[in-house]
Design a protein around this ligand. Structure first.
Ligand SMILES: C[S@@+](CC[C@H](N)C(=O)[O-])C[C@H]1O[C@@H](n2cnc3c(N)ncnc32)[C@H](O)[C@@H]1O
Length: 487
C-alpha cells in the first residue's frame, strides 16, 4: 500500500522506487533494506536476544532500541516502551547496529493492537498496523514537528482520516503466473499475496479476487506483469490497466473478456512494458480496450474525473478534508486571486472556486490532468479557472510582471518537492499567502527553509498534518506561510 498516485497513462514516467505522492509507476513494493543507505552488512549472527527495550520509532517507523548489554537495535513492528525478544537477522559492520525480527513481545505497549492483516510486515505495505490510531497520529505529528523544527512553525493536531481501513482507491499488483496477485515482499522479488488487504477499497479487493480466481482456473501461457486499479468512491466502479511484456500479450484476451462481465469494471486499458526492473510502465501508451465512460469521483459536493495519465489522490475522502483545510488557510476572506501550482486534475482549484475564490490560475504538466480539470469545471459550472498545461518552471520563468500578482499561491508538488527554479520564481512573485501541501515532510522542510532564505519577509504561520495514509508511516502536511510587509 502506498499513499498517493496517478493512474497510469501515456505520459507517466516510470520510476524505480515506490513514491507516495507522485511517482507511482514502480511495482509494489520492494522496500529499502533497513538501516542507513550504503551501510555495509556484517555477518548474520543468528542470535536470539531477550530483554530488548524499544525507545522510539524513527521516521520510517522502524523501532529503535537497546539490548541488555547496550547494543543498538532496529526492528520492524515494535512500539516505544515495549520489551521484546528478537532474532538478529543482520548486523552493520560499520556501526555495530543489530537488525532484528520480533520473536516475542514480552512487555507490549498499551498502544499495541492485533494486526488485522495476515501479511503484515511481509507485503511491504502498511507499517503501523500494530499501533492504534492515537499512536499512529502521535507518530505522524512528531514526524512533522521534527522535520519542521528549524522553521519555528506551530504544528497542530493531525486531521484524522474519515476511514482508517478500506480507503485506498488505487492499487498496484504484481502478478505471479502461478496465480498470486500481490506485492513484492520487503527486500525481495518474492510476490506476497495481498489477498484480504485491509486498506484497499472493497471494489478493488473484489476485482482482485476475481482476477485471482481467473488466474487459478486458466490454462496455457500468460503474459501479464502488473494489474493496476483505480476505484471511484462515488460510482463504486474500477478502472483497470493490465500491464504485459508485449503488445500481443499471450492469454490476455480471455482475461479482458472475463473482466468485461464484471459490472464493477468501468474501463480496461492495456499497456506493454518490456523494460527490466520494477517500473510499472514503459513508454508505450495505455490502449483503451473497454470503456463504460469516464470514472467520476465526488469530493464533498464537487465532481472530479479520474483519467489515465493524471494524478489523483489515493485516499479521496481524506483528500477532501485536506482540500478544505487548504482552502480555509488560503482564503480567510472570499474573492482571492489564487495561483494553484501542481494542480493535477483540479482538486484544490475547484474547492477554492466553490469556496469563493475570484479567479484560480492552475498550472500542471500533465495535459490529461488539465483536460480532466477543464471537464470537471464545466460539470461543476465553475467559471474563473484558467488552466496551463506546462511545467511550473516554464510558467514561472516566462511570467510577465503584471500577471505575477496573486493574493495566494497554493503548491502541491510531487514528493521530491520544488526545484530551485520554482523556489526562485516563488520568491520573485507577488503574493501574500502561500499554502504548501506535501506528502514528504523532508522536502517540505528543505523547500520552506530555502524560501525563507530567498525572501526574509516570509513567516511560517502554521503546519497541519493530515492523515491521508492510515496504517502507514506516510503523512500529508499543509503549511501556511505569509509575507509580512516591510517597513
Ligand atoms: C502531488 S500531485 C498534486 C495534484 C493535485 N494538487 C491533487 O491534489 O490532486 C503533483 C502533481 O504535479 C504534477 N507535476 C509534477 N511535476 C510538475 C512540474 N514540474 N510542473 C507542473 N506539474 C508537475 C504531477 O503531474 C501531479 O499532477
Amino acid at each position: 500500500m502506498r499513499p498517493t498516485e496517478s493512474f497510469p497513462g501515456p505520459k507517466s514516467t516510470p520510476s524505480s522506487r515506490p513514491q507516495p505522492c507522485s511517482a507511482p509507476e514502480s511495482a509494489p513494493e520492494r522496500q529499502a533494506e533497513p538501516g542507513a543507505p550504503g551501510e555495509s552488512e556484517g555477518q548474520v549472527a543468528l542470535a536470539v536476544i531477550a530483554g530488548v527495550e524499544i525507545e522510539r520509532l524513527d521516521d520510517a517507523s522502524m523501532a529503535v532500541g537497546t539490548t541488555p548489554d547496550g547494543r543498538a537495535v532496529m526492528v520492524a513492528g515494535a512500539l516505544p516502551g515495549e520489551v521484546l525478544t528478537m532474532r538478529v537477522v543482520r548486523t552493520s559492520r560499520r556501526t555495530g547496529l543489530l537488525y532484528g525480527q520480533i520473536q516475542e513481545v514480552t512487555r507490549p505497549s498499551p498502544d499495541r493492537v492485533p494486526s488485522p492483516c495476515a501479511n503484515f510486515l511481509r507485503c511491504g505495505g502498511c507499517d503501523l498496523l500494530h499501533a492504534n490510531t492515537e499512536a499512529q497520529h502521535r507518530f505522524k505529528e512528531r514526524k512533522v514537528s521534527s522535520a519542521l523544527a528549524s522553521l519555528g512553525v506551530r504544528v497542530s493536531k493531525i486531521v484524522p482520516a474519515p476511514a482508517n481501513f478500506g480507503y485506498r482507491a488505487f492499487a498496484k499488483f504484481v502478478v505471479e503466473t502461478s496465480g498470486s496477485l500481490g506485492s513484492y515482499g520487503p527486500h525481495s522479488h518474492d510476490v506476497v499475496s495481498m489477498s484480504g488487504c485491509v486498506v484497499h477499497a472493497p471494489e478493488i479487493e473484489a476485482i482482485a479476487e476475481n482476477v485471482r480466481a481467473w488466474l487459478h482456473a486458466r490454462a496455457g501461457p500468460l503474459d501479464l506483469r502488473y494489474v493496476l486499479m483505480r476505484a471511484s468512491t462515488l460510482t463504486r466502479t474500477v478502472a483497470i490497466t493490465l500491464v504485459s511484456r508485449r503488445e500481443e500479450a499471450e492469454g490476455l484476451t480471455s482475461l479482458v473478456e472475463h473482466l468485461k462481465d464484471d459490472a464493477r469494471v468501468a474501463r480496461i486499458g492495456l499497456h506493454a512494458n518490456a523494460t527490466e526492473g520494477d517500473a510499472l510502465l514503459g513508454d508505450a501508451p495505455v490502449r483503451t480496450n473497454f470503456d463504460r465512460g469516464p470514472l467520476e469521483e465526488r469530493l464533498d459536493d464537487i465532481v472530479h474525473y479520474i483519467v489515465e495519465g493524471a494524478f489523483s489522490q489515493v485516499n479521496p475522502t481524506a483528500a477532501a478534508r485536506a482540500y478544505r483545510l487548504v482552502s480555509q488557510l488560503a482564503m480567510p476572506v472570499v474573492g482571492a486571486r489564487v495561483l494553484d501550482l501542481y494542480a493535477g486534475s483540479g482538486g484544490i482549484a475547484l474547492r477554492l472556486l466553490a469556496d469563493g475564490a475570484l479567479h484560480v490560475v492552475a498550472v500542471e504538466s500533465s495535459a490529461a490532468a488539465i483536460e480532466a480539470a477543464r471537464n470537471a469545471a464545466a460539470a461543476n459550472r465553475e467559471g474563473g479557472l484558467s488552466l496551463y498545461a506546462e511545467p511550473v518552471e516554464a510558467f514561472l520563468r516566462r511570467m510577465p510582471p503584471p500577471e505575477s500578482r496573486y493574493d495566494v499561491v497554493v503548491a502541491n508538488p510531487p514528493r521530491k518537492g520544488l526545484s530551485p527554479t520554482v523556489l526562485e520564481g516563488l520568491a520573485r512573485l507577488s503574493w501574500e499567502r502561500l499554502v504548501y501541501m506535501s506528502c514528504n515532510p523532508s522536502s517540505l522542510a528543505r523547500d520552506l527553509e530555502d524560501l525563507g532564505r530567498l525572501d526574509p519577509r516570509i513567516r511560517f504561520v502554521s503546519a497541519h498534518p493530515v492523515d491521508l495514509f492510515p496504517q502507514t508511516k506516510h503523512v500529508e502536511t499543509v503549511v501556511l506561510a505569509e509575507r509580512v510587509a516591510q517597513r
